[in-house]
Design a protein around this ligand. Structure first.
Ligand SMILES: [Zn+2]
Ligand SMILES: [Zn+2]
Length: 267
């Protein structure tokens, strides 16, 4: 099997349909040989009824208090932000915040997405609700993904193989390569037989041909899933995917990858 020492797409209880704490995820990471864990909860209107209430996002605002090393696991602070329009904007871009969580005024008002993103190490950009892509062309969808990927804090698109939005694979992969950003291969996408798995496989084959890095993640919504990417690895083995193109093979290679695309963090 492959050497994969980082799990950089994982969820905690904060995501509301996930079931473990960060500490439980850290413990599972250590047990499964993971040396670097990124906790990347949803930043999306799927979480809260009053999703424009700034108080709901304190979890992200204070994440800079998390320890960098926890039980010998390096911990990164991220989020999985929803792409909400065809310009590749993210959830929160149109939510204006005029006071802090304790009611102190902001003058001028601030943008929710910027308030959250400035506290985090990197962002995963994902499509969950697809309404804005209905009736749109492959060219428009491709542009949406590329725009999202060009955000300086976005490191990769989340589960592009199973989002169900058709796109021009070569265009997205080539732009990712130019930006020194990887393509995610997401273990959760192998929970469904058929189409999604084939898209993931096609994406991986094309990444190998074009020399584009991939990032193999669990998208764990429970601690017991952390670090387990057996189905994704089986697919990669079948197509003889080269180990050296797996950006999260070691902690060092992942951190170098972040820095190569301009995302600087101190760990
Ligand atoms: Zn989720
Ligand atoms: Zn996720």
């Amino acid at each position: 099997m492959y050497r994969i020492e980082c799990d950089t797409h994982t969820h905690t209880l904060y995501s509301r349909h996930a079931y473990s704490t960060i500490e439980e995820n850290i413990r599972a990471a250590r047990e499964n040989g993971i040396k670097l864990l990124a906790s990347t909860d949803h930043f999306s209107d799927m979480l809260f009824g009053d999703y424009n209430n700034v108080k709901n996002y304190q979890y992200f605002f204070c994440s800079n208090n998390w320890p960098r090393q926890w039980n010998d696991v390096t911990l990164l602070r991220g989020c999985e932000a929803d792409i909400v329009d065809m310009d590749g904007n993210f959830f929160g871009h149109d939510i204006s915040i005029d006071k802090s969580v304790v009611g102190d005024p902001y003058d001028p008002a601030r943008r929710l997405d910027e308030m959250v993103f400035e506290k985090l190490d990197f962002i995963i950009a994902s499509v969950h609700a697809k309404r804005h892509t209905e009736g749109k062309s492959i060219a428009e969808n491709t542009r949406m993904y590329i725009k999202a990927l060009e955000h300086p804090k976005v490191f990769f698109i989340g589960h592009i193989g199973r989002a169900g939005v058709p796109f021009d694979m070569d265009e997205v992969l080539r732009r990712a390569k130019e930006l020194h950003k990887p393509i995610e291969i997401n273990e959760h996408s192998f929970s469904w037989e058929g189409h999604h798995q084939m898209v993931c496989r096609d994406v991986a084959i094309r990444c190998a041909e074009l020399g584009v890095s991939i990032c193999v993640n669990t998208d764990a919504h429970m601690a017991l899933e952390i670090g387990r990417t057996d189905r994704a690895q089986n697919m990669l083995k079948e197509i003889d995917f080269p180990q050296e193109l797996i950006i999260n093979r070691t902690k060092e290679s992942f951190l170098e990858g972040l820095s190569a695309c301009g995302i600087q963090i101190n760990v």
